[in-house]
Design a protein around this ligand. Structure first.
Ligand SMILES: NC(=O)c1ccc[n+]([C@@H]2O[C@H](COP(=O)([O-])OP(=O)(O)OC[C@H]3O[C@@H](n4cnc5c(N)ncnc54)[C@H](O)[C@@H]3O)[C@@H](O)[C@H]2O)c1
Ligand SMILES: [Zn+2]
Length: 235
């Protein structure tokens, strides 16, 4: 299985939060990605999300997204647990995707809780989108700082980790809890973690194999080794 973070989409042109050129260099998370920020200034939070959505809507899946989808289709990858909210795994064709932190392509009513799916690339036009049912304020259906991961997603993720033998840990700093506990617990249980990240992270010391390359480049090579050089041809 694969566990992905913002770095998996970095080569698609979507800024990460941490690491070189990360979003937190320019913006303060506590002013934008929190429930408090939304109740204080929903327009500002929506402006930030629409800006991020416009970047994501122009992005194309990277080689890493493509290869993960291909490996799932060929039956050697169980699925992906992602911390990303961009929807690029699904655009690339991955089917078994757990979105731990939600998706910017879904909104939720802050009053009645109903959820609305948005098509990939469809950015709400209104300054402050409202619920068709109760006229409450809609918010991005993402997990903000201080909010819990929805139980159903966390349970699905735990199940995938418990069934996996090898976990590809791609482009995550391992700084966001409780998401980062999933690969850490797996490593403690003796599972093999393969980290693909140009930089050292909190998860490096738990990883058996470390590939210090950008994800797109690494997956291009890994895919060639697995198929073009023939080792998995018969599967
Ligand atoms: N694309 C997105 O959906 C997106 C973008 C930014 C932040 N986020 C959110 O931010 C939170 C941040 O945690 P996180 O751990 O996912 O990201 P992070 O920003 O904390 O860390 C990014 C990691 O990616 C690595 N990286 C940078 N370029 C890379 C590349 N080309 N290939 C491989 N690795 C690369 C960095 O070294 C760093 O370790 C997540 O919960 C997520 O919801 C999502
Ligand atoms: Zn509503």
């Amino acid at each position: 299985m694969a566990f992905t973070g913002a770095g998996a989409s970095a080569e698609a042109g979507i800024p990460t939060f941490r690491g070189k050129g990360g979003l937190w260099d320019k913006y303060k998370p506590e002013e934008l990605a929190t429930p408090h920020a939304f109740s204080k200034d929903p327009k500002k939070v929506w402006e930030w999300y629409k800006w991020r959505m416009s970047i994501i809507s122009r992005a194309k899946p990277t080689r890493a997204h493509e290869v993960l989808a291909k490996w799932e289709e060929r039956g050697i990858l169980m699925g992906v647990v992602t911390q990303n909210v961009d929807g690029l795994h699904q655009v690339a064709g991955s089917k078994n995707v757990v979105e731990l932190h939600g998706s910017v392509w879904r909104v939720r009513c802050s009053s009645c809780g109903i959820k609305y799916d948005l098509e990939f690339g469809r950015i709400p036009e209104e300054e402050l989108p409202t619920c068709r049912r109760c006229h409450g304020l809609l918010r991005p259906d993402v997990v903000w700082f201080g909010e819990p991961i929805p139980h159903d997603q966390f349970n699905r993720a735990q199940k995938m980790f418990s069934e996996a033998e090898v976990i590809l840990v791609i482009g995550t700093s391992g700084a966001v809890m409780p998401a980062a506990m999933l690969p850490i617990n797996a490593a403690m249980e003796g599972k093999v973690l393969i980290e693909i990240n140009p930089e050292e992270t909190n998860l490096s010391s738990f990883s058996t194999i470390k590939i210090r390359e950008p994800a797109g480049k690494a997956f291009d090579k890994l895919d060639k080794i697995l198929w073009e050089e023939g080792s998995l041809e018969d599967r």
